[in-house]
Design a protein around this ligand. Sequence first.
Ligand code: KG4
Ligand code: ZN
Length: 348
Amino acid sequence: SHNITVLGLESSCDDTAAAVVRRKDGDSNGGEVLSSIVWGQEGLHAAFGGVVPEIAARAHAERLDLCVEQALEQAGLALAEVDAIAVTAGPGLIGGVISGVMCAKGLSIGSGKPLVGVNHLAGHALTPRMTDGVEYPYLMLLVSGGHCQFLGVLGPDQFTRMGGTIDDAPGEAFDKTAKLLGLGYPGGPLIEEEAKNGDPKRFRFPRPLLDRPDLDMSFSGLKTALRRARDTLVAEKGGLTVQDRADLCASFQQAVADTLAEKTRRACIAFGKPLETPVLAVAGGVAANSLIRAALQDVAAKEGFQFLAPPLKYCTDNGAMIAWAGLERFAGGEFDDLTLSARPRWPL
Ligand code: KG4
Ligand code: ZN
C-alpha cells in the first residue's frame, strides 16, 4: 500500500521550522516524523521582551530555504519523493506567514507537488493524532503564547470552539510578567524556575471569570494585579528581594494553573463522553509547565478522561504538526493552488 509523505513548513511566529512526516496508508497509529528542524529566534527577540514582527519576518525569509533543505536531507528524501508540501497559511504574524507561503509556492512550482495550506491551530490540535494515533473526537486545550482555547476536535477540518481567553493568552501573561520582573524572554520557563523557591500562597492573585459558568478565560487582569503587588513592594522597600520575586512568580503561576484547571474541569463535563474513554489532550508551549501539566492531569483523572500531552517538541511550534495536518487534509483529497493566501486571522 501507498505511504503518504508530506513536507511541512511553519513560520507564523518566532520559530522557523520544516519537517517531513509519513503515514502508512490505512494506518491509524499516527505518523512517523522522518525529520523535524526548528530554528528558534528567541535570541533575536530576547532584548525586546517579546517577538518583534519585522525581525521575525526577515529571519524566516532568510532561513526557510536552508531549513527545508535540512529537513529533506535528514529524512533522506529528495523533494520529488514527497507527496505534498504543507505550509502554515495563518493565523499568525503576517510577515512570517507570507514568507512561508511564498517559499512553499516556490517549492510546489519547482517540483510539481501539490500545495496544502494549513491552519496553525489545526496543526496544534491534530498533533495527538500524529504522536499517539488518538481517535476523533477528543477534547483539546491549546495553551500557548498566542492562543488559549478549548476545542472539540471532531475531524481533520471539524472543530468546535468551546471557549477561550477573552484577552491575553497564558503564555503572553507569563512573558509580560517575566518582563515586568526583569527576568527575560521567553518568560514561561524563567517564571517556572523562579517559582520553585517561592510561596504560591503569599499573594492572592485573581482567578478571573470563575464566577461565570462558561469556558471563557481572562489573563490580563492577573498581570495587572501582579504589577500592583510589585509596585507596592517597590514603594515599601525600594526594590524586590530574591524571595519577593520568587513568591510573585509562584503565586502568579498558581493562579494560572488554578484557572486553567477549573475551566478544564468544566470543559470535560461540557464535552461529555462520546467515547468510552474520552481523551483530554493539551498542546502549546504553556503545556510545558509542570505545575500546570500536573493540575490538568489531575482534573482529567477525576473526570474520567485519558490525559495526553504530546512530547514537548511537538507541543511547541514545529514543522511536523503542519506536515501532519497537511497530510490529513491531503489524504482526504484536499489541497490548494497558487491562489493560497496568507491570513493574519483565521479562526478554526
Ligand atoms: O506554543 P509556543 O511555542 O508558541 C506559540 O505561542 O504558538 O508557546 C510559547 C509560549 C511562550 O509564551 C512561553 O513563555 C510559554 O509558551 N512557555 C511556558 C513554559 N514554556 C514555554 N509557559 C509556562 N511555563 C513553561 N515552562
Ligand atoms: Zn503555536
